[in-house]
Design a protein. Structure first.
Length: 62
């Protein structure tokens, strides 16, 4: 799971390098990792987090 998180974090770091908008499509396991990149989450928050079908979320870099 940590290898998965590192790959996603590296992808998000690469996306932050330019001023473009990206659309990432992910299932709940990947969406948890993406959310944890942008927000601090407890173990309980991480394990219970999920998105609905066709839900669109917006994240912005600091």
């Amino acid at each position: 799971m940590l290898k998965l998180a590192q790959r996603i974090y590296n992808l998000l770091d690469d996306c932050a390098k330019d001023d473009k908008t990206y659309l990432l499509v992910a299932h709940n396991g990947i969406s948890r990792m993406i959310r944890s990149y942008f927000y601090d989450m407890s173990n309980e928050e991480f394990s219970s987090y999920g998105i609905k079908n066709c839900e669109i979320l917006t994240f912005t870099y600091k």
